[in-house]
Design a protein around this ligand. Structure first.
Ligand code: ADP
Length: 498
């Protein structure tokens, strides 16, 4: 009788493994960081071999900590950093170069060129994405352009491409299975999210041989069994999803209109739009959400570049707080910000503004503004930015937010959660299990192997820890948002050349 589900959480800076029990409780966690390579300014690389080694190590470590044997593990589910591109030799399993990470800007010009040549509309229509170096397509092209002989070898079927999910499944199955799931495919900028196939027109445009691409499968599906040599006996590999989609699933956002926000370094907001792929008129991306039972669900996605990172700035640069958690206590010493706004546009503004020239700004200072007001205004800026994305989602989806499910490190901040509820005019719900991403991956695997019968089982395990109801009078809410809009207008375009 199996007792555990194993989740691989293959993040950007570390590999983690979590074992969940049948009640959805965490039984053990193991984590190991891996090397970040920054060969030139703006470039970010990972060693895919090291990602596999650390992931395998933490899997065994998590089993050891829980005293679990392979027989007791019902299935493995994977969630991963999205968009990062790996190319390896089909025979030897050795990557041809380091993986190009989602953050890497080396192909920014390539993306500019696609826009200049007027391909942005076609790519947007087919993939749901705004042309950018962030997605896998130009990264894969770069590898083929810059590795001697790679394109020819790929054409002959000697090289394989994958995102991190694909790479881990391939390694887990001893090189027998080359697949990805819909959510990861939808972040490559090569996948047609409407007819669910690799898009030949885009492949031709970038000169990418189709034979090197993985087969695309549902997120909840038995892809294969792990190589018996790894854990002593085979374990079904039965779930895969990109991290943000896994979090949406783990938060039990199964219905149209359900929204989650992960408050980490940045914020990632996703709204389930059901079977409709909504084309955003407000600067959001259209992407594939996890689904099971043969249907495909879609989501709208918007990201905020600087969220928890603004709290790190208060701590590390401004020295106004000693710990991130202290921001709540200090902010509570001020009743309000006395009209002061912080716009933490350190690296520009993401959705819905997409202004790479915006810069950090503090406006509305008066003589009475001190440490508590600045800390409070910085915390509030996280909620304002998320509220802007929510507003864009509401406009695109055509219905108002009914509730927001929160997770991520900064969701522990009660003042932030309350202010978010006040600004959004809808309750904010924080779950008991804040490991939504890993729980999502485990749940996808659980459904595939019949551990769970339906998403109802997941919804039943999902429990709210605390609910934050909006209490701010409407007039005050409008007034605050009006001030925020003005503050953002002051921050915009700041770094633009005159
Ligand atoms: P990531 O996965 O992006 O590394 P986490 O989900 O681990 O992020 O969250 C860490 C971020 O949350 C940090 O930027 C930190 O400043 C912020 N953070 C953590 N705790 C709090 C808190 N109590 N209040 C506000 N921000 C917090």
């Amino acid at each position: 009788m199996s007792r555990y589900l194993m989740a691989f959480d293959a993040g950007t800076t570390s590999s983690r493994c979590i074992l969940f029990d049948r009640a959805g409780k965490i039984r053990s966690v193991a984590q190991q960081e891996f090397t970040q390579y920054y060969p030139y300014p703006g470039w970010v690389e990972h060693d895919a071999g090291e990602i596999w080694d650390t992931q395998y190590f933490v899997a065994k470590e998590a089993m050891r900590k829980a005293g679990a044997s392979a027989e007791e593990i019902a299935a493995i589910g994977i969630t991963n950093q999205r968009e990062t591109a790996v190319v390896w030799d089909r025979k030897t399993g050795v990557p041809v170069c380091r993986a190009i990470v989602w953050q890497c800007r080396r192909t920014a010009q390539e993306a500019d060129e696609l826009r200049r040549m007027d391909y942005a509309g076609m790519i947007r229509d087919k993939t749901g994405l705004i042309v950018d170096a962030y997605f896998s397509a130009t990264k894969l092209k770069w590898i083929l352009d810059h590795t001697p002989g790679a394109r020819e070898r790929a054409r002959r079927g000697e090289l394989l491409f994958g995102t991190i999910d694909t790479w881990l499944i391939w390694k887990l199955t001893g090189g027998r299975v080359h697949v990805t799931d819909y959510t990861n495919a939808s972040r490559t900028m090569l996948f047609n999210i409407h007819d669910l196939t690799w898009d030949q027109e885009i492949l031709d445009l970038l000169d990418i041989p189709r034979v090197m691409l993985p087969e695309v499968k549902p997120s909840s599906c038995i892809y294969g069994a792990s190589d018996p040599a790894l854990f002593g006996r085979p374990i079904p590999v039965a779930g895969a999803a990109g991290d943000q989609q896994a979090a949406l699933f783990g938060q039990a956002c199964f219905h149209e209109g359900d929204v989650k926000n992960t408050y980490g370094t940045g914020c990632f907001l996703l709204m389930n739009t059901g079977e409709k792929a909504v084309r955003s008129e407000n600067g959001l991306l259209t992407t594939i959400a996890c689904s099971c039972g043969g249907r495909v669900s879609y989501a709208l996605e918007g990201s905020v570049y600087v969220a928890g990172a603004a709290i790190q700035w208060l701590r590390d640069e401004m020295h106004l707080i000693d710990t991130a958690a202290e921001s709540e206590e200090i902010a509570n010493q001020a009743e309000d910000t006395k009209g002061c706004y912080v716009v933490p546009a350190f690296t520009g503004l993401g959705a819905p503004y997409w202004d790479q020239y915006a810069r950090g700004t503090i406006v509305g200072l008066t003589r009475g503004c001190g440490r508590a007001e600045i800390v409070r205004a910085t915390l509030e800026s996280i909620a304002y930015q998320a509220a802007d994305v929510i507003r864009a989602m509401e406009k695109d989806a055509g219905h108002p937010l009914t509730a927001l499910k929160a997770d991520g490190g900064a969701s522990r901040n009660n003042l932030l959660m309350q202010f978010q509820a006040d600004l959004s005019g809808a309750p904010v719900i924080r779950p008991e299990c804040v490991e939504s991403t890993a729980f999502g991956a485990a749940s996808l695997a659980a459904l595939a192997v019949g551990w769970y019968d339906s998403t109802d089982d997941i919804a039943n395990q999902w429990k709210a820890e605390r609910l934050f109801e909006p209490v701010l009078p409407e007039e005050e809410r409008k007034e605050k948002l009006r001030g925020w809009k003005m503050a953002v207008s002051r921050a915009r375009g700041w770094a633009q050349q005159p």
